[in-house]
Write a protein that binds this ligand. Structure first.
Ligand code: PLP
Length: 423
């Protein structure tokens, strides 16, 4: 039984005395009426605040936004305008970012299985650097060089052997990982030696990424110390200390701010030799709490003695994280934002899966009825980007709100879009 806490809402969220929620000066009721539901509402000021906080904390040209958290043309341009570089993990992400007008030299290419075509594309686009992930990738880079491609600047991805407390699927820094070169078994040094001898690349740095949605700052400190030791023993200028800062999704969670994270990294890297360049790659912590998803209730089913099901007009297609990771979310009525959520219900989507659950035991205000709006906060990361067309449900629209106006940055999918690939 609680009211949705303000700290889970975007920076410009405000609640009128009648309980009506506005973000960026736009009421959620008005946005739903104008743009339909489900709807992703992003607070543009919040996005810019987080980007600026990161640039201020880490320095200009040191922050690389991980686009996989949320990518569309407007987001790529916003990140670029705010001085972030953009991390892409596939040719598709690189294409989308270049299509948005971001210069190639503001992009960084990642990925554990980059194809020859993706590597060629990245070199042709002049990406700032490529993060090399495997011996097979080095073979491919050498092949491209033999074909006449210039030698790209590269960093080498290391798994420092640090276990972090997060969901198994998003741990990436441990020894048993599909990513990067293992430090403990000598692969990392073998890769560094080979890359520094090779004329096919310009080895500039080492990289690590220990996992996503990490809450305990000490985890970053541990991995950073291992990386600093390695870095100090090498004669290369650049070090990247991944992303992965967690965010609070529910009332019971708290997470460090970007500035606090920066302070942990600064003290953990205080022994770094002079004239080194330290990069970070935040994704989630820039975008997650900038957005809410607005749904409309379609059915309410009470099963006496068992539970109440509230079905909304989206589900696992716009937010797969509960199904994929068992992630928790909260939900509230944006027309009575300060209502005590005194009832418990299971909030489900409209897909043909019993597992299509958004929130298992959601606290909801009393008397949620068909036609009501409900909103889930902190859906700005890995929601739209991981979404699908399952059940041929059209993808929602995305609006950016600011100063009382909303602009559609990704239009709602139509039924015609759903068959455009049929031949
Ligand atoms: C996903 C990813 C990030 C961003 O992670 P977040 O948890 O969203 O901050 C950064 N670097 C790499 C290499 C990644 O794969």
């Amino acid at each position: 039984m609680s009211v949705i806490p303000q700290r889970l809402l975007p920076d410009t969220a405000s609640v009128a005395s009648n309980g009506m929620l506005s973000i960026g000066g736009c009421t959620i009721e008005g946005l739903a009426a104008e743009h339909g539901t489900p709807l992703f509402v992003y607070d543009e000021v919040h996005l810019r605040h987080r980007a600026r906080e990161a640039v201020e904390a880490f320095g200009a040209d040191r922050v690389i936004y991980a686009t996989k958290a949320f990518l569309c043309g407007a987001m790529a341009r916003l990140a670029h305008e705010e001085g972030l570089m953009l991390d892409v993990a596939t040719g598709g992400e690189l294409f989308a970012v270049r299509h948005a007008g971001v210069p190639g030299d503001r992009c960084v290419l990642h990925g554990n299985n980059k194809s020859l075509e993706e590597l060629r594309f990245a070199i042709e686009e002049g990406v700032r650097h490529i993060v090399v992930d495997s011996f097979d990738e080095i073979d491919k880079l050498e092949q491209l060089h033999r074909e006449g491609q210039p030698a790209p600047r590269v960093q080498v991805r290391i798994t420092p052997g640090v276990h972090v407390h997060t969901h198994e699927f998003v741990q990436t820094g441990q020894d048993d990982s599909k990513f990067g070169f293992n430090l403990r078994n000598g692969d990392a040094m073998r890769a560094i030696e080979r890359l520094s001898r090779s004329s096919a690349v310009d080895l500039a740095g080492v990289h690590c990424h220990i996992g996503s949605n990490v809450f305990a700052a000490e985890n970053f400190a541990k991995a950073s110390e291992v990386m600093v030791d390695l870095f100090n023993s090498l004669d290369i200028p650049e070090l990247t200390l991944g992303g992965g800062l967690g965010v609070a999704y529910t009332s019971s969670e708290t997470a460090p701010t970007i500035t606090q994270w920066a302070n942990v990294l600064k003290s953990a890297t205080s022994t770094l030799r002079a004239a080194s360049l330290v990069f970070v790659e935040p994704g989630r912590s820039i975008v997650a709490s900038a957005a809410v998803t607005v749904y409309r209730v379609g059915t309410v089913k009470h099963i006496e003695g068992i539970r109440t099901y509230i079905a909304v007009d989206g589900g696992m297609s716009d937010n797969p994280r509960p199904v994929l990771y068992g992630s928790g979310y909260e939900i509230f009525d944006p027309l009575r934002t300060h209502a005590d959520r005194t009832e418990v219900a299971r909030v489900v989507g409209k897909h043909c899966e019993s597992g299509d659950i958004l929130i298992n035991d959601a606290e909801v205000p009393p008397h949620v009825a068909v036609g009501d709006l409900l909103a889930t906060p902190v859906t700005g990361a890995y929601g739209y980007s991981m979404g699908t067309n399952y059940n041929k449900v059209p993808r929602p629209a995305i609006v950016f709100v600011r100063d009382g106006t909303s602009r559609v940055v990704v239009r709602r999918e139509t039924y015609a879009d759903l068959v455009r690939l049929d031949v």
